[in-house]
Ligand binder design. Structure first.
Ligand code: AMP
Ligand code: MG
Length: 348
């Protein structure tokens, strides 16, 4: 299949009404799948009402069928079309955080969406992306758009159109290139079907920000304890992994350097992933800067690009520093633990 490419400048083309999106929206309405930018990562979109489109999404990504897709809407009418009554807390969150990187799990309206979107669950994950290109594309297609991240399942999520193309060129109808995404990690997934909402996946909207609006919320126990089965089916899968093994190191910089030296002594080529502030502190074969400790948003924004960078290097092992688990740091560490397959070496 030939993959179309449409280049859109989100600020310049707005005034013209995004003419590049006409063909992409048309293909979506015909149940083809198209990748597009959102404020979090690139999504692989398809008509959420169509079994055919949803099958194409799972097929192109190689995604396990039991992992439900998030449905993206461009209006409250579309939200009401796919869900039954929305709880009061959820309404408050919608007013505060939409459009934005917050996915709400709500009870779905029966018989509207393709059953494979929700992997047979009674609930649906839904959000309104904060990106003018995404919103216009959804609006122009005329249907709610199911969109997981536009990467091959298991690989780091895509934050540029090139990442999408590296994984999916030839497998999808098109890519809308709107430049690099902003937030860099996926949306926060919040279960709103229970009386006290539960974070199933940390993401772009922090726990602190949610609690400032609706008071104390819970976190799925599986986020802290690997022995517990996650409530979100997708959270049990390996994800975001670079080609070479990644190990997280928790401890002093001296301790980190000792681990580097041990691997080097074994004849391994070692890459390290460290914040800018520590870039001069290590001696290794390769050093990749992850962003600034003083601004964890910058680490989130380039996290997946950083992880993909290692695939272009001739490296046997990647060692990465850990980050404070406050604010967006929670989402960063959630993704890094997964990318590392939960391998962590801690200084005693
Ligand atoms: P992705 O599409 O890769 O951003 O992943 C979407 C995440 O949301 C996965 O972890 C899914 O398991 C989760 N998710 C989507 N819909 C639901 C739902 N109805 N209930 C629980 N988790 C969901
Ligand atoms: Mg994904």
């Amino acid at each position: 299949m030939e993959t179309n490419l449409w280049i859109v400048d989100k600020s310049v083309d707005k005034k013209k009404g995004y003419p590049q999106l006409i063909e992409a929206a048309h293909l979506l309405a015909e149940n083809e799948v198209v990748a597009f930018p959102t404020e979090t990562v690139y999504g692989l979109g398809g008509n959420a009402k169509s079994d055919e489109a949803v099958r194409k999404i799972f097929g192109a990504k190689g995604r396990p069928n039991d992992n439900p897709l998030i449905v993206h809407v461009a209006s409250m009418e579309q939200l009401n079309e796919i869900t039954v009554e929305i709880p009061k807390l959820a309404k408050t969150l919608i007013n505060e955080f939409w459009p934005g990187p917050l996915t709400l799990i709500l009870e779905k309206k029966e018989g509207v969406l393709s059953t494979s979107v929700t992997a047979g669950l009674r609930t649906v994950g839904v959000r309104m992306p904060d990106h003018p290109v995404a919103l216009e594309l959804i609006r122009a297609s005329g249907v709610p758009i199911a969109a997981p991240s536009a990467n091959t399942s298991g690989k780091p999520s895509p934050t540029t159109a090139k990442h999408v193309s590296d994984d999916l060129n030839g497998k999808i109808a098109g890519i809308v290139d709107g430049g690099p995404t902003g937030v860099g990690v996926e949306s926060t997934v919040l279960d709103c079907t229970v009386s006290v909402p539960v974070i199933l996946r940390p993401g772009g909207v922090t726990k602190e920000a949610l609690e400032a609006v609706i008071g104390p919320i819970k976190e799925d126990a599986a986020l802290k304890n690997q022995a517990v089965t996650p409530k979100s089916p997708g959270m049990k899968y390996t994800h975001y992994a670079p080609n070479a093994p990644l190990i997280l190191i928790e401890g002093s910089r001296e301790f980190f350097q000792q681990i580097v030296d041990q691997y080097k002594a074994e004849g391994k080529k070692v890459a390290v992933m460290v914040p800018e502030e520590h870039a001069d502190d290590y001696q290794s074969d390769y050093l990749v800067r992850s962003g600034s400790l003083a601004n964890l948003q910058s680490v989130a924004a380039r996290l997946y690009d950083t992880l993909r960078t290692f695939n272009d290097l001739d490296v046997d092992i990647i060692l990465a520093e850990v980050y404070p688990e406050t604010g967006i740091g929670q989402a960063i560490m959630n993704r890094l633990h997964k990318a590392a397959g939960h391998q962590l070496i801690k200084e005693k």
